[in-house]
Design a protein around this ligand. Structure first.
Ligand code: 13P
Length: 250
């Protein structure tokens, strides 16, 4: 049985006040034991989040890390720092970082390796653009993104974290992938691992869907056999909608 994960990526949103309000609401809420909840606040609020979230079942992490353990890298943070704050997870290769910071597959793989080296669980984000989908290249693009990471850390490394399928055209657009589209690509992702380790692919790899997930569409997406939860952007900023999405994974 693969345990579902519902993760919230706040991106560059929020404030101390919003983070505190979120922590208070989450701390008071009954959580379903069968779903892992993970929150990725902006790193500016990571310490505040760690100090105020008082639910055992809520984990947190950062939205990015530098591939080096330390050094002269102005503005960056290391995996060790995330772990030092109590973070257990880290997002790697989000399409916004691939696009805005020109992160390529090799850098993403190096970051995944760096995360694993300090015991963080990386959520590796993959996904095609609309142009790639229209050109019938979506499966190949996503499988290639994943293979570079697999070459770097192997199947055992990959399953210590998770994979998030986030079609670029569905992020922040309100146009979620249809459940069948998500299911088909999650199958491609699982199969990409299965050619190297079928048992790990079937039993351990958790593949999350991300892209305009809301409390209204979450259940249909999460009930697909190859969908093991979600990576939620906009709808994760308020505890109420985040918890409603988490409930859909229960
Ligand atoms: P939205 O849920 O806002 O579309 O964002 C998805 C995402 O990019 C999560 O990482």
């Amino acid at each position: 049985m693969r345990r579902s994960i519902v993760a919230g990526n706040w991106k560059m949103h929020g404030s101390q006040e919003q983070a505190l309000r979120f922590c208070e609401a989450l701390s008071a809420a009954p959580l379903a034991a069968e779903v892992e909840l993970v929150v990725f606040p902006p790193v500016a609020y990571l310490g505040l989040f760690a100090a105020n979230v008082s639910q055992e079942g809520v984990q947190f992490g950062a939205q990015d890390l530098h591939p080096s353990p330390e050094g002269a890298h102005t503005g960056d943070i290391s995996g060790e720092m995330i772990a030092d704050l109590g973070g257990r997870w880290v997002l790697v290769g989000h399409s916004e970082r691939r696009r805005e910071h020109r992160e390529d597959d090799a850098l993403v793989a190096a970051k995944v390796r760096a995360a694993l080296a300090v015991g963080l669980k990386p959520i590796v984000c993959v996904g095609e653009t609309l142009a790639q989908r229209r050109a019938d290249a979506a499966n190949a693009v996503v499988a290639d993104q994943l293979r570079t990471v697999l070459d770097a850390v192997g199947p055992e490394g990959l399953v210590r974290g998770a994979v998030a399928y986030e079609p670029v055209w569905a992020i922040g657009t309100g146009a979620s992938a249809a459940p069948e589209q998500a299911e088909a690509m999650h199958g491609v992702i699982r199969q990409t691992l299965a050619v190297r380790d079928a048992a790990l692919a079937e039993e351990q790899l958790r593949v999350l869907y991300g892209g305009s997930v809301t409390a209204d569409n979450a259940a249909d997406l999460f009930h697909q056999p190859n969908v093991d939860g979600g990576l939620v952007g906009g709808a994760s900023l308020e505890a109420e909608s985040f918890l409603a999405i988490a409930a859909a994974a229960g």
